[in-house]
Design a protein around this ligand. Structure first.
Ligand code: ACM
Length: 653
C-alpha cells in the first residue's frame, strides 16, 4: 500500500493529468496544482513582506505565530520585499479568474509568493501554504528535529461557491465564545467562510437582547441532564435551572470581529415561530395559548410527537398577536446592529400547528385575512417578518418551510429537506427539493440537505456512535454536489452554495462537536470549493488522513468512523443470518471473530458474506491497513443484526 501512495496521479483540470508527491495533501483540493522540482526550506530568519491592508493584520499575526512557535525561528514582517522569503501581494491588475477569494501560490526553492485580488485570497493562500509544511507546523510548542520543508508548487485556486458554511446549534447545548472561536479557527483553515449560529430554540435563547432582558434571564437556562436527549422526563416546576448560558452583546461583537479577521461571516438565526419555547418561557403571552402548557425552557424532554405531527408542549409564537411583531421588531433591531452579515435567518422550520388549531385568535385572523390553511397562516407571519427584517437593512432567509403557503417576495431559502419533501409555492408536493423550487422562482438558495450534510447524524454503525435517528457516512457527504441535479442553467445563479448543519441535541460538549464536524466538514469544504469533476474518493481519503495528522498535533478531535465497516445483514432462504461487511475506505482488511475473543491480524480476513457458526452470539470486527490496526474494535450482537435483517425498527430513534 505504501508504494501506492508514493505518487498520486490526479486529473486536476479536466484536460490535464499529472503526478504529485504524496506529501502534498491539501483540503480542499485546489483547482490547479503543479508540482515543481525541489523544495523550500524555512530559513532561521524568516521575513514576510507586508501587504498594506488592515484586513490582513490578523493573518500576518497568525502566520508569524504559526511559523515561529513550532520552529523556534525568528519571523519578522517588513514592507521591504528585497530580503523577504514569503511575499504576499495584492494584484495591481485584477486577475479575473481568481475573483474575490482566489489566489495563486508559488513555492520556489528560495521564495514563496502568494498573490490575490483581495485580502481573502491572500488568507486562503496562506492556509494552503501551511498544509504544504509538515503537520508539526500546527503545534503550539517548539518541536525539534523536523525539517521545515515545503515542496515547490504552482497553484491557482478559487472557490466554486461563495457560500461555504457550517451551522452550529448553540441553543440545544451551549458552547462558549472561546469554543465558537475555536470552531471558526478550524473552519477557516479549510476555506469555509460562513458560520450560521443557531442562536435560539426550544432549549435556549443564547443572545442578549437588552430591551427584552427575560429572554436570557429566563430563556437561557434549563434543567441539567445527560443521556439520550429528547427522552428526559418533564422536570417539576420548581426544578433548579442551572444549565445554559448566553452571549452578551459584547461577546457577539468579539465573535463577529474574530470571524471577520479569518474571513468568516457569521449569520445569526432566530428560529421562529416554532422552536420558540425558550422565548415563550420568558414571555408566555407571545403564544396563542398564553403558555397554558408552558414547561419552561425545554430541557431534553419529548416536546412534540413526530409520528402524528402534533405538539405536546411545543407551543409557537402567535401570528395573530400584534405584540409578537413588536417583540420581533425589538429583537431584530438589536440583532441587525450586531451582525454585519447581509442575511438574518429567521428559521420557520417544523412549526407544528397544534396550538394554533385551538386558538380563537388564529381562527379570527384566518377569517380576516382569508387564510385557508395553517400553512397560509405561517406564510402570513413570514411575509410580515420579512418586512421587519428588511426594515433593519437586512435580507431575510428561512428554512424551506417558508415556501409552504406562499413565499415572501425577496426571501432566500435554506433547503434542508429531501426531494420527496419538496414543496411548491402552492403547497403541492413536487418531486424536487425546496432549493430547486425556490431557485426556479428566482429566490436565492443555500443547499443543506439532510441526506448529505446533516452533521448531527451518526457517522458509522449506530452501535459505535451516540444515538441519533439517522446516519451519514463520510463518502455520502463527499458525493454531495450543491448544484441541484437538473436545475436549468438559467437558475443556477440562485444557488449561493451549501453548508453542513451541526444540530446539538446529542452533543453535550465541545470535543463531541469537533468529533461530529470532522472529517465530514472536510468533505463539505471540498464540495463547495473544489471543481466537482475533479473529485476522487481514494485521493480524498489520503488527504483527509493527512489532516488527521495535523489535528493530532493540534489536539482537535475527529471521528475515526470512516474506518468502521458497514454491517449489512440479510436472511438466507432457511432464515439463517448472512452478514455482509463493507468498508468505506478502500484497501483495508477486516479481521473478525465469532467466539467472543478480540480479533487481530492473525484472525480470519473477511472475503465474502459470512454465515454464523453454531451458538455464536456476536461478531467482533476490526479493520487493519498494512498489518496495523486502524479501525475500532466493534462487538456486534447477532440479535441486533437479525433484528435489522427483519427490518424491525423498534428503537429507530
Ligand atoms: C431543521 O433541520 N429542522 C431545519
Amino acid at each position: 500500500m505504501k508504494k501506492f501512495f508514493l505518487f498520486i496521479c490526479l486529473i486536476v483540470v479536466s484536460t490535464t493529468a499529472f503526478c504529485i508527491d504524496s506529501s502534498i495533501a491539501i483540503v480542499p483540493q485546489p483547482v490547479k496544482l503543479e508540482q515543481k522540482q525541489g523544495s523550500f526550506i524555512l530559513p532561521h530568519n524568516i521575513t514576510i513582506q507586508t501587504v498594506e491592508t488592515t484586513d490582513l493584520k490578523q493573518t500576518l499575526v497568525d502566520l508569524q505565530k504559526r511559523l515561529s512557535v513550532p520552529t523556534g525561528y525568528k519571523v519578522s514582517v517588513s514592507g521591504n520585499a528585497a530580503n523577504a522569503v514569503i511575499k504576499l501581494e495584492l494584484n495591481k491588475t485584477e486577475n479575473k479568474t481568481l475573483g474575490d477569494e482566489g489566489y495563486t501560490l508559488s513555492v520556489a526553492p528560495k521564495t514563496i509568493t502568494i498573490k490575490a485580488n483581495k485580502p481573502a485570497g491572500i488568507f486562503y493562500g496562506v492556509q494552503t501554504l501551511m498544509q504544504l509544511f509538515p503537520p508539526q507546523i500546527e503545534d503550539s510548542v517548539l518541536v525539534k528535529n523536523v525539517e521545515w520543508k515545503a515542496p515547490c508548487v504552482e497553484i491557482t485556486d478559487y472557490p466554486r461557491f461563495g457560500w461555504r458554511g457550517l451551522m452550529f446549534d448553540v441553543a440545544r447545548h451551549f458552547f462558549t465564545k472561546k469554543e465558537v472561536e475555536a470552531y471558526i479557527d478550524q473552519m477557516s483553515k479549510y476555506k469555509l467562510n460562513l458560520l450560521h449560529l443557531h442562536l435560539t430554540d426550544d432549549e435556549g435563547w443564547r443572545i442578549e437582547i437588552k430591551s427584552l432582558p427575560k429572554l436570557t434571564e429566563v430563556g437561557a437556562w434549563s434543567v441539567p441532564g445527560v443521556g439520550q436527549f429528547g427522552t428526559f422526563p418533564v422536570p417539576p416546576p420548581n426544578a433548579t435551572r442551572t444549565y445554559g448560558g448566553f452571549y452578551t452583546q459584547d461577546d457577539i461583537k468579539e465573535m463577529v470581529q474574530y470571524a471577520k479577521e479569518r474571513f468568516v461571516n457569521i449569520m445569526p438565526e432566530i428560529d421562529v415561530p416554532g422552536h420558540s419555547l425558550a422565548a415563550i418561557a420568558a414571555y408566555p403571552e407571545l403564544s396563542c395559548s398564553n403558555g397554558v402548557k408552558n414547561i419552561g425552557v425545554a430541557s431534553g424532554e419529548s416536546i412534540k410527537d413526530w409520528g402524528t405531527h402534533t405538539a405536546i408542549y411545543d407551543d409557537n409564537l402567535c401570528p395573530a398577536n400584534e405584540n409578537v411583531y413588536d417583540f420581533l421588531d425589538k429583537v431584530l433591531t438589536e440583532v441587525a446592529a450586531l451582525f454585519p452579515f447581509e442575511y438574518i435567518h429567521m428559521g420557520g422550520d417544523e412549526t407544528f400547528k397544534t396550538f394554533w388549531q385551538s386558538s380563537d385568535a388564529i381562527t379570527a385572523l384566518m377569517k380576516k385575512e382569508n387564510l385557508k390553511t395553517y400553512e397560509e397562516v405561517q406564510s402570513y407571519f413570514e411575509k410580515r417578518l420579512e418586512k421587519i427584517v428588511e426594515s433593519k437593512g437586512k435580507k431575510f432567509m428561512g428554512w424551506d418551510e417558508i415556501l409552504e403557503g406562499g413565499i415572501g417576495p425577496n426571501a432566500a431559502v435554506m433547503s434542508w429537506r429531501g426531494a420527496h419533501d419538496g414543496v411548491s409555492a402552492t403547497g403541492a408536493k413536487e418531486n424536487v427539493d425546496g432549493g430547486t423550487v425556490a431557485a426556479k422562482m428566482g429566490h436565492y438558495v443555500v443547499m443543506s440537505p439532510t441526506e448529505y450534510v446533516y452533521l448531527d447524524y451518526m457517522q458509522s454503525d449506530r452501535l459505535m456512535e451516540p444515538h441519533v435517528y439517522a446516519s451519514l457516512r463520510l463518502n455520502k457527504v463527499y458525493s454531495f454536489d450543491p448544484m441541484p441535479k437538473g436545475l436549468p442553467d438559467e437558475y443556477q445563479k440562485y444557488i449561493l452554495g451549501a453548508q453542513g448543519n451541526l444540530w446539538t441535541e446529542q452533543v453535550f460538549n465541545f470535543r463531541q462537536a469537533e468529533y461530529m464536524t470532522w472529517p465530514r466538514a472536510f468533505a463539505i469544504a471540498e464540495d463547495t470549493w473544489s471543481p466537482n469533476q475533479n473529485k476522487n474518493w481514494d485521493d480524498f481519503v489520503r488527504r483527509v488522513e493527512a489532516q488527521f495528522k495535523r489535528f493530532d498535533v493540534e489536539e482537535v478531535k475527529y471521528a475515526p468512523s470512516m474506518y468502521d465497516p458497514d454491517f449489512i445483514p440479510s436472511l438466507n432462504a432457511d432464515s439463517t443470518l448472512k452478514i455482509t461487511l463493507k468498508n468505506e475506505v478502500n484497501g483495508l482488511e477486516i479481521h473478525y471473530s465469532f467466539d467472543n475473543s478480540y480479533p487481530d491480524k492473525f484472525y480470519p480476513v473477511y472475503k465474502e458474506p459470512l454465515s454464523v457458526p453454531n451458538y455464536a452470539t456476536q461478531i467482533k470486527v476490526i479493520t487493519y491497513r498494512d498489518g496495523k490496526p486502524i479501525g475500532r474494535m466493534i462487538s456486534m450482537p447477532l440479535d441486533e443484526l437479525r433484528r435489522r435483517a427483519e427490518h424491525r425498527n423498534d428503537d429507530d430513534d
